[in-house]
Design a protein around this ligand. Structure first.
Ligand SMILES: NC(=O)c1ccc[n+]([C@@H]2O[C@H](COP(=O)([O-])OP(=O)(O)OC[C@H]3O[C@@H](n4cnc5c(N)ncnc54)[C@H](O)[C@@H]3O)[C@@H](O)[C@H]2O)c1
Length: 444
């Protein structure tokens, strides 16, 4: 391994490029800039670039001051001009990896970013793919694109995969202090990648290949998807047994070893957990292998919005009412508490299903003032006593900490709670037995 190149990436004055300035790319760019490196961010969206250049943040985890401080110090700049990738010594690719309509991987963003890097590639550059994707993408998709013009990996340029582990809204584990896994195409690639990343990550975890790094990320997210699937199935079981699932989980969680707590809810959301395991399923189908755990978990998790709507139906039925014509207030549309991200949020399915049955649906979410879906627009309604008193049902879908769930419980005539946000308020039906989910309404 060339010591010079590793030393250059560890210590020299460098320019670091970040392609895709979203939830993942922008925190990475800011962290690198904080370490004193000059950072040039790239995005296709003019509005994103001009916002950053003007010292404004468009993501919740960074404030305007965080951006303005780095821009003002001359360490952070942004552009839509992909030709400027040639100015960068290291380049990280943080573009989206969604699913297509048929739920297959859509790696078109990775591909177009790789094409842009390829056009600008010059000897000595390091390229790191950060976007979550199936094992093999870096070697089979990115590498051929970069070698197209005759430069060779491991000698002329360096290529790694290093999965992003951003947890939006997490105040403890942020970009710098979250250990960072990284694997290169060759050992020199890994050495160069570690050298650059050691400047703005506290703990690095090298693995033997890009495939190992790619699979590590999908294991982490599949672990969550499968365990959430398991606990959601336990919730369905407990519902039939009329046992309070949350009480059971709390009791199990007192075991000091061998148990990890997951909680049930209205279904999976966000850009990662519902999406990433399908990248692995797809890849394994091409190798004639069926990923059974992923498929079962996905089936259970994607059924949860229907289960919640079934509870609304059941609660209204007890009040001799129909879903058709009822006014329903959905509380929380972001996919998890205290963030503003609605991507893949189960609340969207719940709203769709309720409206399809003729309900009039409003929502309240302090983090999402406006919601656009299927070409329609909703505005968050204020959470007043009048609103709560006038609806037929309040459904707690996401339990933001600033929402007064005790007041919701007190004022709304029927409450369906998919997050146990009203814990302690509903009284058990009889000793040790409780309906769960429908926490307030006729007969309770
Ligand atoms: N959001 C998370 O919590 C999270 C956590 C871990 C990993 N990831 C992964 O990180 C990747 C990025 O996710 P994100 O949430 O930051 O996405 P995002 O949608 O917030 O941001 C992506 C940005 O990339 C830009 N972009 C798209 N194609 C481009 C191109 N060819 N050139 C330049 N810019 C381009 C978009 O305009 C957008 O601003 C995904 O693979 C995701 O799975 C996300």
């Amino acid at each position: 391994m060339s010591k010079d190149v590793v030393e250059r990436f560890r210590e020299a004055d460098l320019t670091f490029g970040v392609i895709g300035l979203g939830y993942v790319g922008l925190p990475l760019a800011v962290e690198a800039a904080r370490s004193g490196i000059r950072v040039l961010g790239f995005d296709l969206k003019e509005s994103v670039v001009s916002g950053i250049r003007g010292g404004r943040s468009h993501i919740q985890d960074l404030s305007d001051d965080d951006i303005a401080e780095q821009v003002g110090a001359g360490r952070l700049d942004a552009t839509v001009d992909m030709a400027r990738l040639s100015e960068c010594d290291g380049i990280s690719i943080c573009v989206p990896t969604p699913l297509s309509k048929t739920r297959d991987p859509d790696i078109s963003f990775i591909f177009s970013a790789a094409e842009a890097v390829s056009r600008a590639l010059r000897p000595g550059q390091l390229v790191v793919l950060e976007s979550t994707t199936y094992p093999g993408t870096t070697r089979e998709v990115v590498l051929p694109e970069l070698e197209k013009r005759g430069l060779r990996v491991g000698t002329d340029f360096y290529l790694c995969f290093s999965p992003e582990r951003v947890d939006p809204g997490n105040r403890v584990w942020q970009t710098r202090n979250t250990p960072k896994v990284l694997g290169g195409i060759t050992p020199t690639c890994t050495g160069v990648g570690l050298a650059l990343y050691s400047r703005f990550f506290d703990i690095l975890v090298p693995v033997a290949s890009t495939e190992a790094a790619e699979l590590t990320k999908i294991l982490e997210n599949t672990f969550r998807a499968v365990n959430i699937g398991l606990v959601n199935e336990v919730a369905l079981i407990a519902d039939r047994l009329k046992v309070d699932v949350w009480e059971v989980i709390e009791a199990a969680a007192t075991k000091p070893f061998g148990f990890m707590k997951f909680t049930p809810g209205p279904g999976l959301g966000g850009h990662c957990i519902p999406v990433d395991p399908h990248y692995l399923s797809w890849k394994m189908r091409t190798l004639n292998y069926k990923t059974r755990f992923i498929d079962v978990a996905s089936e259970i998790n994607s059924h949860m919005p229907e289960f919640v709507v079934g509870k609304v139906w059941e609660a209204l039925n007890r009040a001799r009412k129909a879903v058709n014509g009822s006014e329903i207030l959905v509380l929380g549309v972001a996919y998890k508490p205290d963030i503003d991200d609605v991507r893949e949020s189960p609340a969207l399915d719940i709203i769709r299903l309720l409206e399809a049955s003729g309900a009039k649906v409003d929502y309240h979410d302090p983090f999402v003032p406006r919601l656009e879906e299927d070409g329609r627009e909703w505005l968050s309604v204020p959470l007043t006593d009048d609103v709560l008193g006038s609806v037929d049902v309040a459904v707690i879908v996401t339990d933001h900490s600033s929402v007064d769930h005790a007041r919701v419980f007190e004022k709304a005539p029927i409450v369906v709670d998919s997050r146990n946000a009203t814990r302690g308020l509903a009284s058990p039906l009889s000793h040790g037995r409780q309906e769960g989910w429908i926490v307030k309404g006729p007969g309770l």
